[in-house]
Design a protein around this ligand. Structure first.
Ligand code: TIU
Length: 224
């Protein structure tokens, strides 16, 4: 066990039962020309998460944590794309349509893939998810249970959308979640701030919030 200095109070990390879950660090959200930009967003706002997430990923790999990556996207035939999700935003170029990085949010297209800085190693599961939450219509819960994972250290984008949805899903399934403040990001700074406050309020109603520095310190202590 190791202690992560966190809010609203210290988190007892059990590295043998913890997973680093990196949510949707895809080119479609972090690079120009993808889905994020199609929605009218400035993708540069998310890019500050890359360097700290890379450091944490390397430490988590060294500590032997289960590493899981997720990607939001759809089958090439779009059979798993709700009509409502396709219609939302009345976008000129939306999900499934061609863009500078291939068909937007479609599996197998360049824009759908994970950014090179955080690319999964062979053996690290990648969960392809059609929704905002990583548990909806995926085998994530089964994979975590098969590995006896009970604690999730959560990074990724965006704070108030896929990160919050996933943490809420995980919380209801009995997982303890630590959201890493500098490794999650939003196109809206105020939503990022409130997204973190919503998680840790009321005694940690959905989980904990910590810095990557604090998580790395705990991982290094556990390794001693
Ligand atoms: N639009 C937005 O903020 N996010 C998403 O659509 N997906 C994720 O958060 N991954």
């Amino acid at each position: 066990m190791a202690i992560i200095e966190a809010e609203p109070y210290a988190f007892d990390l059990d590295p043998g039962r913890a997973s680093l879950v990196i949510i949707d660090m895809q080119r479609d959200f972090l690079e120009p020309g993808g889905f994020g930009e199609a929605l009218g967003n400035d993708v540069s706002l998310l890019r500050r998460t890359i360097a700290p997430t890379r450091c944490l990923l390397e430490e988590a790999r060294a500590a032997g944590l289960t590493i899981i990556h997720t990607r939001e996207g759809h089958r090439p035939d779009l059979a798993d794309l709700p009509a409502t999700k396709k219609a939302r935003g009345r976008l000129a170029a939306g999900i499934g349509d061609p863009g500078p990085m291939g068909r937007i949010l479609v599996r197998g297209e360049p824009g759908h893939d994970i950014i090179p800085e955080l690319y999964p190693l062979p053996g690290e599961p990648v969960v392809d998810k059609p929704g905002k939450g990583a548990f909806h219509a995926t085998d994530l819960d089964a994979m975590l249970k098969n590995r006896s994972v009970a604690q999730l250290i959560v990074c990724g984008v965006t704070t108030e959308v896929c990160v919050n949805t996933t943490v809420r899903e995980a919380n209801d399934r009995g997982y303890d979640c630590v959201v890493v403040a500098d490794c999650v990001g939003s196109y809206f700074p105020e939503f990022h701030e409130m997204g973190l406050r919503m998680i840790k309020a009321q005694g940690g109603i959905f989980g904990w919030v910590a810095t990557s520095e604090a998580v790395i310190a705990a991982l290094q202590t556990a390794a001693l």
